[in-house]
Write a protein that binds this ligand. Structure first.
Ligand code: ZN
Ligand code: ZN
Ligand code: ZN
Length: 365
């Protein structure tokens, strides 16, 4: 599996005139090797030259974590060695390199100190075109992860997960427990926002005790591992109402429901990402809630919870088959309440393919 990915990366490097990729912490390294660098002070870095052998510079004490492979050679370094000297030795003094976007600054600065003539580019220039187009196997992983969070949302909707009398933090912990129980490797986040807290899109679940007569917005997801140790993310938002919602809320929710469905329907191959954003946003704006939809419609998803393509005004890139992204409009009335509906959608030749299938209607619990 990794051989073809490395070949595609090399072809892209060739096209862009990049001599080597240097990948440390972040999602590019596991995408290409199945191994994630430990986010510690000791350097782990894949050196992938356009021509020639890939090498993983890795602390000697962490080398046993990496499975033996023919895609790359290990270069373990001991405690008294300088790993950046090793990297410079592999790439030379005057190469054009794509450095992983989330590489720690101390390593980037150290690299430039040792080789001032290096030309640095973002590795994402090379990696984004690869990662943004999912293979069938990758879509299958995203689908498994989506089905798992759908099952949890189903329990949330039919009242099997206790809400009234619980704190947001307790509900968040329960969602997290179920995310793992349903097969994810780990929890990425579990936002639980009740009542007026639902007006804050990234609310941190806190000690607010959920009462009768509140919206409860739950946005949660985790990472699902494939057979090679590469993780794929889930991300789902559903809202439930404890008791009978006031008509004002029901009307607002209906607008959101229609907007979300319109953006999903618009997500066909060839449609610019910003047009997908506009499809739902115009419905929200026409209903008078335009000022309360304060974020983009969605983000790509794959080995990272947020990646390209972004579904946002200004992104004129047309969707291609294999793009996977969230469609998650929201309406947030400060001090009062808020709501968001989110699915992961894959654009395919047969049309938009929503991976999340759990009911979007407002559930009353
Ligand atoms: Zn978000
Ligand atoms: Zn989400
Ligand atoms: Zn999301």
């Amino acid at each position: 599996m990794f051989g073809p990915r490395l070949q595609r990366a090399r072809a892209e490097m060739d096209r862009q005139g990049v001599d080597a990729l240097l990948l440390s912490v972040g999602a590019d390294l596991p995408y290409l090797t199945g191994y994630s660098a430990m986010p510690l002070e000791r350097l782990t870095m894949l050196v992938l030259p356009r021509d020639g052998e890939a090498r993983l510079v890795i602390p000697e004490l962490e080398a046993p974590l990496v499975a033996e492979r023919d895609d790359f050679t290990m270069v373990p370094w001991g405690e008294t060695q300088d790993p950046l000297d090793l990297v410079v030795g592999l790439i030379g003094q005057d190469a054009t390199v794509g450095i992983g976007d989330t590489t720690w600054a101390r390593f980037v600065v150290g690299l430039v100190d040792r080789a001032p003539a290096l030309v640095l580019r973002n590795a994402s220039d090379v990696m984004t075109p690869l990662r943004a187009v999912k293979s069938d196997d990758e879509v299958a992983m995203l689908r498994s992860a989506a089905a798992a969070v759908d099952r949890i949302a189903g329990r949330l909707r039919n009242g099997e997960i206790p809400l009234v009398g619980q704190t947001e933090a307790q509900v968040s912990a329960e969602l997290g427990r179920q995310i793992v129980e349903e097969g994810h490797h780990h929890v990425n986040f579990a936002i639980v926002a009740a009542g007026a807290n639902a007006a804050s899109p990234h609310h941190h679940a806190g000690d607010h005790v959920i009462t009768e007569g509140e919206v409860v917005l739950c946005d949660f997801g985790g990472t699902w591992l494939d057979d090679h140790g590469v993780g794929y993310c889930s991300d789902l938002t559903r809202c439930v109402y404890t008791g009978d919602p006031p008509s004002e809320f029901v009307e607002m929710y209906d607008v959101l429901f229609n907007a979300q469905a319109a953006s999903v329907a618009a997500a066909t191959v060839g449609t610019p990402a910003e047009v997908v954003d506009r499809a739902g946003r115009s419905i929200i704006a026409d209903a008078g809630y335009g000022d309360y939809f304060i974020h983009r419609t969605g983000h790509g998803i794959g080995v990272e919870a947020h990646e390209e393509p972004y579904i946002v005004e200004g992104n004129t890139d047309p969707l291609v088959a294999g793009n996977a992204f969230s469609v998650e409009p929201g309406i947030y009335i400060p001090g009062k309440w808020g709501a968001r509906i989110e699915d992961i959608v894959v654009s395919s030749a047969e049309g938009p393919d929503p991976l999340n299938r759990v009911d979007h209607a407002l559930a009353r619990v």
